[in-house]
Design a protein around this ligand. Structure first.
Ligand SMILES: Cc1ncc(COP(=O)(O)O)c(C=O)c1O
Length: 466
């Protein structure tokens, strides 16, 4: 197509505003058309749509391209090659959809172009982030006074919270790891569930605590840490618990583990990327009992709360420790007394994603969040019952929103997953759970209906029978 050229040098304010308004109206229309069409299309993009992305390759043009043309290229080639996550039938990974209020907020955040590093740069971004963090703390039933950071996802939330843990344990031994690094530092022992999520291991590697230095505690058939197999814990230990296994949804027995771990002086960290949100539901809260005794927690806004990408949350019982691990110091950053996000986050300049978190939670309220937990978990049980009735083996106890199904041999299960993805009604990925190849169904989207479950079940059974 013809590419029209335009200059980005400012002309009159009125003409900039006119051009921008026309462009944004068109972007809004394209986005709405995309969302309206998402139900009718294949969840995975077609091979043709993916290969058409090659049209966007090539060297950067020597001169400008008009913004209209840029938007046209995005919509023409980008939209069809996306994965349709907003139609309620994407069951891969642990991906939610995006709540309408969070989506609208993200448009506002982009229009505002705020830097959420410091209050002076954006009072709105910082105040809404403060409010949202407090709402999350309350929703998850965590101790008053807990502080936190809004980051990109649970990987970074684990990183941030574990940086606080590292600081606290080394400070107890008189070592300032932020100032002096880790060479020569007293050793820290990190204890994890053998079914720990890879994101925690990655975070430990980034922190210099080592991917391989961890002590792995045996897990049971659901992936729960065995309380009877814990090693010696002391005040130089970080104990990483898990609230919600990515495959089974199972929770470590925190109520059985935490009192002794606390008494031993260990730092207890919880990876609760999605599972911690079960605390919002009277029906599912039982699984999260005991996790409130921890010292730090990592969770995601973009998983069960359906805030949209990206949004992770790190929480630390003693916020002064998080600040000690993350604060930044420079003359031009002389600041007041209030909580400044950059002193609690790995980043300095950052998107105002706390605004999207605020908007999504405000639109849900307490009951709305609990309903997502309950509805998606009911859908998960419907999947399990339907697949079992069709003769297939469910490998996990379906306690929340995760289902593992085997269609027979590993080859048959993998072929079923491939056919299902190709057919396009819904999307599920595969995994290996304790030696058995399985298809994972993670019901995480607020938009999934009973009809979506039934349509998807029919597609799964058809793919398995082919
Ligand atoms: C238990 C658990 N921890 C950590 C992560 C990583 O989360 P993110 O992709 O938001 O970094 C996931 C992702 O599924 C998870 O399930």
């Amino acid at each position: 197509m013809a590419v029209s050229h335009s200059s980005h040098s400012p002309s009159s304010a009125a003409s900039i505003a006119d051009t921008r308004t026309a462009l944004l109206k068109r972007a809004a229309r394209d986005a709405m058309d995309y969302l309206e069409g998402v139900d009718a299309r294949s969840v995975a993009p077609t091979a043709k749509a993916v290969s058409a992305l090659n049209s966007l390759r090539g060297p950067l043009p020597p001169g400008p391209t008009s913004a209209e043309t840029v938007l046209h290229l995005l919509n023409e080639y980008g939209s069809p090659a996306t994965v349709a996550k907003n139609n309620g039938r994407f069951f891969g990974f642990v991906n939610g959809g995006c709540l309408p209020a969070a989506l609208a907020a993200s448009w506002m955040v982009s229009a505002w172009d705020q830097n959420a590093a410091f209050f002076v740069q954006s009072p709105t971004a910082v105040v809404l982030e403060d409010i949202a963090l407090e709402w999350v703390r309350e929703l998850l039933g965590l101790p008053a006074g807990t502080g936190g950071a809004v980051v990109t996802g649970a990987t970074m939330a684990n990183f941030t919270a574990l940086a606080a843990a590292r600081h606290a344990l080394l400070a107890r031994q008189g070592w300032d790891c932020e100032a002096d690094g880790l060479f020569g530092a007293p050793p820290i022992t990190v204890v994890v569930n053998e079914e720990v999520h890879a994101a925690v291991i990655k975070a430990l590697g980034m922190l210099g605590l080592g991917r391989n230095r961890v002590v792995r505690v045996p897990a049971d058939s659901q992936g729960r840490m065995r309380a009877d197999a814990l090693p010696h814990l002391d005040q130089n230990t970080i104990l990483c618990l898990q609230a919600g296994n990515v495959n089974t949804g199972a929770f470590d027995p925190a109520a059985a583990i935490c009192p002794a771990a606390r008494a031993a002086g260990a730092w207890i960290h919880v990876d609760g990327a999605f599972g911690l949100w079960a605390a919002t539901s009277p029906e599912y809260r039982k699984w999260t009992k005991g996790f409130e005794q921890a010292d730090s927690w990592a969770t995601d806004g973009h998983k069960w709360p359906n805030i949209g990408y990206d949004c992770g949350i790190a929480l630390v019982r003693d916020p002064t420790v998080l600040k000690a691990a993350m604060s930044i110091d420079a003359a031009y950053l002389a600041l007041g007394e209030r909580r400044e996000p950059s002193h609690y986050n790995p980043e300095m300049s950052r998107r105002a994603r706390g605004v999207e978190l605020w908007a999504g939670l405000r639109s849900l309220g307490r009951s709305g969040m609990a309903e997502i937990v309950e509805r998606t978990s009911t859908h998960a049980r419907r999947f399990a019952a339907g697949l079992r009735a069709a003769g297939y083996e469910i490998l996990n106890d379906v306690v929340i929103n995760q289902v593992l199904v085997s269609f027979g041999s590993p080859e048959k299960t993998l072929a079923t997953v491939a056919r299902l993805q190709e057919e396009g009604t819904c999307w599920c990925g595969s995994t290996v759970w304790q030696g058995k190849t399985a298809m994972r169904i993670s019901v995480s989207s607020w938009a999934t209906t009973k009809e979506d479950v039934d349509r998807s079940l029919a597609a799964m059974i058809k793919a398995a029978k082919q």
